[in-house]
Each structure stands twice: as structure tokens, then as C-alpha cells.
Ligand binder design. Structure first.
Ligand code: MEV
Length: 358
């Protein structure tokens, strides 16, 4: 049995802007994960998860042996990933094998509701990692990220891949994305190995480790309302107006200041950048007529600001989680109580230690 764990994530700053190639963001990986386990299949393959139940994989005979039969499967992150890794396996001359894939998630609550901690990304990274080990392909950490991004853009071409980077590399990260439309176009005519090896194709992609903030505690609150990132990103795309270039500039400055605050261990600068990141999202929401900061998210943030910290919606907003940093001597239990009074649940999470070098 081969096992691979991939972590959940939260955006700290740079949301929405990060969908533009080269625009920076800051993310953290969390100690909650999705685990993919692969075992040898016998004459057939399966995927087993909460989402699918028990799903038999049907395969068609292809020149190189076996290929996933796309018509018989929901073409989502797991299927797109299996499909891509099978292509890569064939390109590397590795013989095909049937496999049973089991997926287990710590990124949902007991009743299966998603917290909004990047489960699509984590399931993609976990599947790439588990199949890479199963076939002994030997992908580097960066190539695992790249394969996960190529699989993701087949399902959601606008996704920035920031969540995949956090899930792959762990810790605190600064991330900017390559041009996914260009990558998607390339995959049409070239092998997966060629696209992975083409440095030019990945222009704009950058990932750097950042130190954890000094003298500040991280808090995460869950609003209990699920949000659709794809829909919200689409609304911003359709309604963005003349102020959009200024939003991108301000987002870059805010992420740069946050990066400097973290690197120099300057708690005041870090908190100030996080507050500006909240204001930027409020302005973006107002300009496109979309509630990125819902009432409950606003309460979540206001409670933290009143206690001397900084907070903002994490990710696309519209529900899901808010992220907060507070001075280390803050009354954390007081914040938790105030959140609970407004039906906001404190999620007990920690930042996952960095894995490998980026
Ligand atoms: C969603 O978690 C964050 C967005 O920036 C979209 C993305 O990065 O793909 C809104």
C-alpha cells in the first residue's frame, strides 16, 4: 500500500489578483490533510472516496496499454490527475498497472461539509504523489506541483494554483502563477514531459519560503457557509472595471509589504499589511457588486480588530473561513467566545512544517 498526504491551505493575502500570471500572493499550508492510498488492482481499478463512494475505473486499450475511459467517469480533479499521470507514465516507458485509489479527507466536518481549506487542490496533489510513488516515476517536488496544476486547469482553467503550491510545499509561502491558458494550449499538442521541461512555459511561476510571523498567533474562524470560488472568480472577471489595474498594483504592494514584515519579523508591519488586504477585498467586492466579505466574515474580522489584531476573509470569500493574526498576549479564548456568539466556529489548525526546499 502506498500512501501520500497533501495538506489543506489558506490564503493570507493576494486573492483574486493571484489569478493573473506573475501576481504575488501569500499562503499557508495547514496540518489537516487529504490522504491518497494506492494499492495494486487485480484486473480492474477503482477510486473510493466520500465523494464517489466506490467508483470502478474503466479502462480502454490504448497503444501503450491502458488508458482511462473518460466517457465513463465524472471528469474532475481526481480523474484529470489519473489521466495525466497515466500519460506521463506511458511517455516514460513504464508499464501500466491497475490500481485501487482510496481518498480520505480531514478537510470536511463530520457531516461532510467542506471548510473551504483547499480540498480540490489537496486531493489533486495527494493523487499525483500517490501515483508517482506507485509507478516509481520519481517526480521532483516542483514537478509534482506542475503535474497537479496541469490536471487542475483541465477542470478549472482559471485556478491560480496557489492552493496546490501550499499543499505541495508546506509552511508559509509567497506564490505567483504561470499563464495557465498558455499551458492548457500547449498540452493539446505536446507531451506532458515536454511541457514540464519547457522553462518558458512556466514564466510567472514563482514560489518562495517565508518565515512564520514573530510574536503573532494565527487564528482561523469558519463561518459554516460554503462558498463557490469558481462562481466568485467568474463574477470578478465579468464585472471588473477600470479600477482593476490599480487593484492589481495595490495587491502587489500589500503582498510585498507583508513579505517584508514576515522576513524582518516586524509584527506591526505584518498586521498592517493584513488589514490592508482586507480593505482591498472589500473594495474589489464593492466594485464588482459581489459580497466577498459577507456579514459573518465582517463580524469575524471586526471582533479580531477590536482585540488589536488583523483579520480578513481567506480565499474567495462569500463564506468559508477567515484568517486572523493577533499579538501573542491576546485573550484568544475571548475571541473564540465572541465568534461563537455569532455562530463562527474556531478551527483548531496549525501551520504544516515546510517540506523539502522549494
Ligand atoms: C480562492 O481560494 C482564491 C482566488 O484567488 C482564486 C484562485 O487563486 O484560484 C480567489
Amino acid at each position: 500500500m502506498i500512501e501520500f498526504r497533501a495538506h489543506g491551505k489558506l490564503f493570507v493575502a493576494g486573492e483574486y489578483a493571484v489569478v493573473e500570471p506573475g501576481q504575488p500572493s501569500v499562503l499557508i499550508a495547514l496540518d489537516r490533510a487529504i490522504t491518497a492510498r494506492v494499492a495494486e488492482g487485480h484486473g480492474s481499478g477503482t477510486v473510493h472516496s466520500e465523494e464517489y463512494g466506490h467508483l470502478p475505473l474503466t479502462w480502454t486499450r490504448a497503444d501503450d496499454g491502458l488508458a482511462l475511459d473518460r466517457e465513463h467517469h465524472p471528469y474532475d480533479y481526481v480523474m484529470a490527475t489519473i489521466d495525466l499521470v497515466e500519460k506521463l507514465r506511458a511517455e516514460r516507458g513504464i508499464a501500466p498497472r491497475f490500481h485501487d485509489l482510496r481518498i480520505e479527507s480531514q478537510l470536511d466536518d463530520a457531516s461532510g461539509r467542506k471548510f473551504g481549506l483547499g480540498s480540490s487542490a489537496a486531493v489533486t496533489v495527494a493523487t499525483v504523489g500517490a501515483l508517482d510513488r506507485f509507478y516509481g516515476i520519481g517526480l521532483s517536488q516542483r514537478d509534482r506541483f506542475r503535474v497537479a496544476l496541469l490536471a487542475t486547469i483541465r477542470v478549472n482553467p482559471r485556478a491560480s494554483g496557489g492552493d496546490l503550491a501550499a499543499s505541495t510545499f508546506g509552511g508559509w509561502l509567497r506564490y505567483s502563477a504561470p499563464d495557465r491558458e498558455r499551458l492548457a494550449g500547449m498540452l493539446g499538442g505536446r507531451t506532458v514531459s515536454e511541457v514540464l521541461a519547457d522553462a518558458d512555459a512556466w514564466t510567472g511561476f514563482d514560489v518562495e519560503r517565508l518565515p512564520a510571523p514573530k510574536d503573532l498567533e494565527l487564528l482561523v474562524g469558519w463561518t459554516g457557509s460554503p462558498a463557490s470560488t469558481t462562481k466568485l472568480v467568474d463574477v470578478v472577471r465579468r464585472h471588473r472595471n477600470g479600477g482593476y489595474p490599480a487593484f492589481l498594483d495595490e495587491s502587489r504592494t500589500c503582498v510585498d509589504d507583508l513579505t517584508t514584515g514576515l522576513r524582518s519579523g516586524d509584527a506591526a508591519q505584518t498586521l498592517d499589511a493584513l488589514r490592508r488586504a482586507r480593505t482591498l477585498l472589500q473594495g474589489l467586492g464593492a466594485s464588482v457588486g459581489s459580497q466577498i466579505e459577507t456579514e459573518r466574515l465582517a463580524t469575524l474580522c471586526d471582533v479580531v480588530e477590536a482585540a488589536g489584531g488583523a483579520a480578513k476573509p481567506s480565499g474567495a470569500g462569500g463564506g468559508d473561513c477567515g484568517i486572523a493574526l493577533v499579538p501573542a498576549d491576546t485573550d484568544l479564548a475571548g475571541i473564540h467566545r465572541a465568534w461563537e456568539a455569532h455562530d463562527i466556529r474556531h478551527l483548531s489548525v496549525a501551520v504544516q512544517a515546510p517540506e523539502g526546499s522549494v
